[in-house]
Design a protein around this ligand. Structure first.
Ligand code: THU
Length: 125
């Protein structure tokens, strides 16, 4: 988890965040131990912004990660108060993370997706 956090911190420095100045980085690991990273990428049309966590998960899918993802770490370089994942990212995590996968939120602690998103959306209702 320490290695994932270091990767998340590293990629957060690459964040494109000229509007919020809130640089977020995330790293995920697959069942083979491969690591994929993502940072937030903002846009002048603010709603088009994509968060670091989703970019990391989408990079894992595009990179051929073997699912489920077994761990995720997220960090923000511009706050000491922790960076709790947004609702949209939690829903995407629920799709790709193992239910037991540790989600390490820098500054806040370690959670499972069940703790972060109880009663998330499923097609089964
Ligand atoms: N952001 C993330 O990257 N992850 C989250 O879970 C919440 C917010 C980004 C989006 C935006 O670029 C900036 O943080 C401020 O909202």
């Amino acid at each position: 988890m320490q290695e994932l956090l270091l990767k998340a911190r590293e990629v957060a420095a690459a964040a494109y965040a000229p509007y919020s100045h809130f640089r977020v980085g995330a790293a995920v690991q697959d069942v083979d131990g491969r690591v994929f990273v993502g940072c937030n990428v903002e846009n002048a049309s603010y709603g088009l912004t994509v968060c670091a966590e989703r970019n990391a998960i989408f990079a894992a899918v595009a990179g051929g990660a073997h699912r489920p993802l077994t761990a995720l770490a997220v960090t923000c370089l511009d706050t000491d108060d922790g960076c709790s994942p947004c609702g949209a990212c939690r829903q995407v995590m629920a799709e790709h993370l193992d239910p037991g996968a540790p989600i390490f939120v820098d500054g806040l602690g370690q959670f499972t997706i069940g703790q972060l998103l109880p009663h998330g959306f499923t097609l089964e209702g």
